[in-house]
Design a protein. Structure first.
Length: 347
């Protein structure tokens, strides 16, 4: 059948209406899915918008992981009774976060020329951005030194987890006093087994700082083995101290490192331990579940860490455990990443 100009116009109009209807349906369906994903969990934490600061005594500041419009926001709760407290929510979102002495480091997702990208934001005590640095990959770890002068971050350049068969990381350290950036710890000289060491497969991750603003500890990986290394920013050197140490976290008194140790077994991949830096004696903690996190010290006696929530997808709960291997794990709060040590410490 030959189409007359009028029939062609009618067919074209019908096609345009059909495509418009499909487009509207797609947009509405995506909006419905986003709304469903952003719905707060029944029985989940309550929120109130307000001012969040990093230097308020007696407050914990951490990344909220509860589903809803405040997902990934930095929130604040009192140190006492954090589980049931109303969360004061900021407008700052982070994929990884840490703070000390009024300085914060926030690893964020963003877009550059319409493509996904990541950046490190250095925050002041009022959560205002002081400096911003592009990241080479997916955020993994972040730390600030006790003085607030140094910040470090680790990203995945290849791979998305430490459990992957193949991954590559890049770790940077920033001195905020002069904004001097070490973009890649792989530039540092490595001492392993008492000798200088070089290998193309060297990776670093999980920096933790001592109080002198020079010494740091981190994980070194090479030849399918991991090591705890002690580094010096001034000397640009790292020295291996112990094997099978990942994601170290230095205690407030500077004498011990909490870390995850790779173990064999059906129920765990990593087991939390504490290493005495003077004797290199390692103590397994009472937490027997696999912890893939860089632990935090809430005080000299207590280690905190995040675990995937049971029966709730895509969120973490924060637990604590005594640092001497005694006791039992205790739930600190649901739907949130492990918080940095609060301003003024804890009693």
């Amino acid at each position: 059948m030959t189409l007359t100009p009028l029939r062609r116009l009618l067919v074209l109009a019908a096609g345009v209406l059909l495509l418009a209807g499909l487009g509207a349906w797609s947009v509405l369906s995506a909006a419905d899915r986003a709304e469903e994903e952003n719905k707060p969990r029944p029985g989940g934490p309550a929120f109130a918008d307000g001012k969040v600061t990093l230097d308020a005594p007696g407050r914990l500041v951490f990344r909220n992981t509860a589903a809803g419009p405040r997902r990934d926001r930095l929130v604040s709760v009192p140190v006492t009774g954090p589980a049931g407290a109303v969360r004061t929510a900021s407008d700052v979102s982070c994929l990884r976060f840490h703070s000390a002495a009024g300085t914060g480091v926030c690893l964020q997702s963003t877009t550059v020329l319409g493509r996904p990208a990541y950046r490190a934001q250095i925050l002041d005590a009022g959560l205002r951005t002081v400096r911003s640095y592009p990241l080479a990959g997916i955020p993994s770890r972040a730390r600030v030194s006790p003085s607030g002068h140094l910040a470090a971050w680790t990203v995945f350049v290849k791979g998305e987890s430490y459990g992957s068969a193949f991954f590559s990381t890049r770790t940077a350290i920033l001195d905020t006093r002069g904004w001097r950036l070490v973009p890649n710890l792989e530039e540092f000289r490595v001492v392993l087994d008492g000798r200088p060491y070089r290998n193309s497969d060297v990776n670093f991750w999980g920096v933790t700082f001592a109080a002198d603003d020079d010494t740091f500890y981190a994980t070194l990986s090479t030849r399918e083995q991991t090591y705890l290394v002690r580094g010096s920013l001034g000397a640009r050197t790292v020295t291996a101290l112990a094997e099978n140490v990942e994601c170290p976290s230095l205690s407030p008194d500077g004498t011990r490192v909490a870390y995850k140790k790779r173990v064999l077994g059906k129920t765990a991949l990593w087991r939390e331990h504490v290493l005495d830096l003077r004797t290199l004696k390692s103590t397994p903690l009472a937490e027997r579940r696999s912890v893939d996190d860089q632990a935090v010290w809430l005080d000299d006696r207590t280690v905190g860490y995040a675990l995937p929530a049971e029966n709730r997808a895509d969120t973490d709960d924060t637990w604590t455990v005594p640092a001497d291997g005694t006791g039992a794990p205790r739930l600190l709060f649901e739907d949130g990443s492990a918080p940095p040590r609060p301003a003024g410490g804890t009693k």
